[in-house]
Write a protein that binds this ligand. Structure first.
Ligand SMILES: Nc1ncnc2c1ncn2[C@@H]1O[C@H](COP(=O)(O)OP(=O)(O)O)[C@@H](O)[C@H]1O
Ligand SMILES: [Mg+2]
Length: 251
């Protein structure tokens, strides 16, 4: 059984079919790249799968359950999280607080005074703090932990975003253009993080617009064009496929 199974997905915006009968499966433990020219429907695909928007047709199955149309919070609890093409951290908050706040629900934290909190709440809060600190360290963001995230570079924001979604300890991680606007050094670092997460067993799907970036990173490439599957397979074979070359030349 695939971890993620997308079957006959359809999404329309007015008269435009952004996703047109798309079927894609991802096996547990895989590292898959999703490519395609601008407007091919990559982000819309993620939006439908992660519950950000409701598809007009088709079915999304995650870990054996039909999750079509389930909201993002519910999917996150089930183990599926995604990042956005444009990072969504809170700029008026420090890096450390941004990571902590991305943690799982903290019952009572906002409504109860400190003295009324139960031991289990305090334990939970401590675990969230420790996990956040661990991720900040692992992502070499320690020197920036007390900076407002508005002071970070584009690449550092992408790293922060990755650290934030990892607070939820997902089984399936969906990354929308984690390398966009990132300099070559940080691109390498982010690619290594993604590889490391996958080595530890996390299933990862990465959207990337550029042709070359994903080739060395992923096990399999899925290429979309006009909302449909154009080609999928091993990176080398996909990149030399004439249909893929044509799709990119035609941009
Ligand atoms: N919320 C929306 N409303 C209307 N059209 C949209 C919306 N989101 C995406 N689209 C359109 O759907 C198509 C696919 O967009 P998108 O999924 O963002 O492509 P990609 O991520 O591959 O660049 C584009 O033509 C885009 O303009
Ligand atoms: Mg996109």
């Amino acid at each position: 059984m695939s971890l993620l199974d997308v079957n006959g997905l359809v999404k329309e915006f007015g008269g435009l079919r952004a996703i047109d009968e798309l079927s894609v499966s991802v096996e547990r433990g895989e590292l898959v790249g999703v490519m395609g020219p601008n407007g091919a429907g990559k982000s819309t695909f993620f939006n439908c799968v992660s519950g950000v928007i409701t598809p007009d047709g088709g079915r999304v199955t995650f870990d054996g359950d039909d999750v079509t149309g389930d909201p993002p919070e519910e999917l996150a609890r089930a183990g599926m999280v995604r990042t956005f093409q444009n990072t969504r951290e809170l700029e008026t908050m420090t890096v450390r607080d941004n990571v902590r706040l991305a943690g799982p629900d903290q019952p009572g934290e906002r409504t109860l005074p400190a003295l009324a909190r139960t031991d289990s709440m305090q334990t939970h809060e401590r675990e969230v703090r420790e996990r956040a600190d661990h991720l900040i360290e692992a992502f070499e963001l320690d020197h920036l932990a007390d900076e407002y995230s508005s002071n970070l570079s584009g690449g550092q924001r992408k790293l922060l975003e990755l650290a934030r979604v990892l607070m939820l300890d997902p089984d399936l991680l969906l990354l929308d253009e984690p390398f966009a606007g990132v300099n070559p050094t940080l691109t390498k670092e982010i690619a290594e993080r993604i590889r490391g997460l996958n080595d530890e067993g996390m299933t990862v799907v990465v959207i990337e617009h550029e042709l070359e970036t994903l080739t060395e990173l992923v096990d399999r490439l899925v290429v979309l064009q006009q909302g449909s599957l154009l080609v999928e397979g091993e990176p080398e074979a996909v990149l030399s496929d004439e249909r893929v070359i044509d799709a990119y030349l035609g941009e």
